[in-house]
Design a binder for this molecule. Structure first.
Ligand code: GLC
Ligand code: MG
Length: 588
């Protein structure tokens, strides 16, 4: 039984939770670098092309590291740069220990690291543990059943159909890019599992040699000086084990779609979010910590890609007895508005999903886009660009930017003929626009010139988004006000404000369209964020949110569509907000 004096505050917290959340974090000042970091995702193929082949490369990235430094970025995460037939643009790796030639050489990579070190920028690589390319030596050896490689992948004889007598795949499992997750290999006379494209064969994590080999991959790149890894597609690492007859169970039909080739046609209970996977992340954490212990230097981080329910995702952090990933990515700001529409309440739900589920003492993080999603500005609406960039930077913990979000880059339109993404190419002309990830992967906009300054080629690997002449680094740096300048002001505030680094967090939905948050820390000015995500103006009383706020707040940063004056004082009540207007204010 809880004593009454404990129960009453607990009860009032629960009641308050309907409209307002107050999550108190430990107010200590000794944060490690990654806990307040500004992470920036580079999609190497589309960032900067140094050799005029229309494809971004490592020397291109190196030439633009100063831009990242100028933005205030702490660490850049590079999507895969390893040797690959590029079926899934680098997520199909044929040599985990070498660089893709069209991106450069190991020497180029070392030059990139050297330059990054000079600028005090950290480099994080993409670790793709679940699968390799079918052109990887390991796979070729496994096909031939070479000693030591027989069980490197998930092989199975398949089943014989009782009626037709024909051979069939071992189970009904579906791959992410449409169709069966099993592929027959004539030479080995067996099927192999591939959760993604046919050319992305799933490694067998029930084989200790595979587990050891993939740790070698981690150590190899740690030795090259990287600051950590973003771990790809982690929840699909393990599948259910075979039953006592050596068979894999079928997934049940989900009822979500009639499209039998779509992965959503079936539930994914047997092939995703398995308990064994969590421990693998803990083992990788040990590799990170051991490396730091032996070689010194700053903490090497693990970021984990997972689109799973909170109960599963949160386990990646570790528990009382074991450390896990530093940051499992928080995709709630992507997934919640995607299904409910962008609104103050969907933002609140997304924030709740993380902060109310995160284990005590862990660090939050905020993501609004990546190379697998439509661009943030296109999803939330261009008018909400600054509101969303502000949100991820004023919330506690790490913040992640996908290249171009700082400019408000929007999706490019890609014809069926120009389509590159296997998720779309495996469909047809009438379906591809729903599936394609190409629109957020178009080349980065540096200037208003040819190919937006990305490349001197006559044709870039994907066409540019149409608006590059107005949405680019050159124009936005020269403008008095721009998304880019607002972004930089936010990063600077984040770096200088003790409150943003160490403070507690309170947030609420004020009305249908307005989301409000406050960060506070004793002895340091509070920071208040208000965003009107609606399409019409509104007036708010911040009294309703927090009576302890002073009567006047100082405007620090405003969205591009705001006509208010920075540095001016605003009354906390009767504050008018235009459609899409978002403000960051300070209260001392
Ligand atoms: C991850 C990547 C995605 C890739 C997939 C397979 O989800 O982000 O781009 O297609 O894994 O590696
Ligand atoms: Mg190039």
């Amino acid at each position: 039984m809880q004593p009454l004096q404990v129960l009453i505050p607990m009860l009032s917290l629960v009641l308050l939770g309907q409209t307002c959340q107050d999550t108190t974090t430990a107010e200590n000042n000794s944060k490690d670098w990654w806990q307040t970091a500004q992470f920036y995702q580079i999609y190497p193929r589309s960032f900067m092309d140094s050799d005029g082949d229309g494809i971004g490369d490592l020397n291109g990235i190196t030439s633009k590291l100063e831009y990242l430094k100028d933005l205030g970025v702490t660490a850049a995460w590079l999507s895969p740069i390893f040797k690959s037939p590029m079926v899934d643009f680098g997520y199909d790796i044929s040599d985990f220990f070498d660089i893709q030639p069209e991106y450069g050489t190991l020497e180029d990579f070392r030059a990139l690291i050297k330059k990054a070190n000079e600028l005090d920028l950290k480099i994080i690589l993409d670790f793709v543990p679940n699968h390799s390319s079918d052109e990887n030596e390991w796979f070729k050896k496994s096909v031939k059943r070479e000693k030591g490689y027989e069980d490197y992948y998930v092989w199975h004889d398949g089943k014989v159909n009782a009626e037709t007598g024909e051979r069939e795949p071992p189970s009904n499992w579906l791959q992410a890019f449409r169709g069966s997750a099993w592929q027959w290999v004539e030479e080995r006379q067996q099927y192999y599992l591939h959760q993604f494209a046919v050319q992305q064969a799933d490694l067998n994590y029930r084989n200790p040699d595979v587990v050891a080999q993939m740790k070698r991959v981690l150590r190899y790149w740690l030795n090259e000086g990287v600051a950590g890894f973003r771990c790809d597609a982690v929840p699909v690492l393990f599948e259910v084990e075979m039953d006592e007859n050596g068979q894999y169970a079928d997934e049940e039909v989900s009822g979500l779609t009639d499209d039998v080739d779509s992965r959503n046609y079936l539930k994914s209970e047997l092939i995703e979010n398995r308990p064994e996977t969590i421990d693998m992340a803990y083992q990788w954490r040990t590799v990170m910590d051991d490396h730091q212990r032996i070689y010194g230097g700053d903490t090497r981080v693990l970021l984990i890609e997972t689109y799973a329910p909170p109960a599963y995702t949160m386990q990646f952090y570790g528990n009382r007895s074991v450390e896990g990933a530093h940051l499992p990515f928080n995709f709630n700001l992507i997934t919640v508005p995607a299904s409910n529409g962008v609104s103050a309440s969907s933002i609140k739900t997304a924030v709740d999903n993380w902060l109310l589920n995160m284990p005590a003492g862990r660090t939050a993080n905020w993501v609004i886009g990546n190379h697998d999603q439509r661009r943030a500005a296109s999803r939330y609406g261009v008018a909400n660009t600054d509101a969303m960039n502000m949100l991820v930077m004023i919330m506690p913990g790490g913040s992640v930017t996908y290249q171009g979000e700082e400019l408000g880059m929007t999706d490019g339109w890609i014809s069926w003929e120009d389509t590159q993404d296997p998720a779309a190419c495996n469909s047809n002309q009438s379906l591809y626009e729903q599936l394609t990830r190409d629109p957020s992967r178009t080349p980065f906009h540096w200037t208003s010139g040819t190919n937006a300054g990305f490349s001197t080629a006559t044709k870039t690997w994907l066409p540019l988004a149409e608006n590059y002449k107005t949405v680019n680094v050159e124009v936005e740096s020269a403008a008095t006000r721009s998304h880019l300048k607002i972004y930089k002001a936010l990063v600077a505030l984040r770096k200088s404000s003790k409150t943003l680094q160490n403070g507690s967090t309170k947030y609420a939905v004020l009305n249908e369209n307005v989301f409000v948050a406050k960060r506070y820390l004793s002895g340091s000015p509070s920071i208040v964020y208000v965003a009107n995500l609606g399409s019409s103006g509104t007036t708010i009383d911040l009294d309703q949110f927090d009576k302890t706020l002073p009567s006047h707040l100082t405007l620090q940063i405003r969205s591009l569509n705001s006509t208010k004056a920075e540095g001016a004082l605003f009354e906390r009540n009767g504050l008018s907000l235009a459609a899409g207007e978002a403000l960051v204010m300070s209260a001392s």
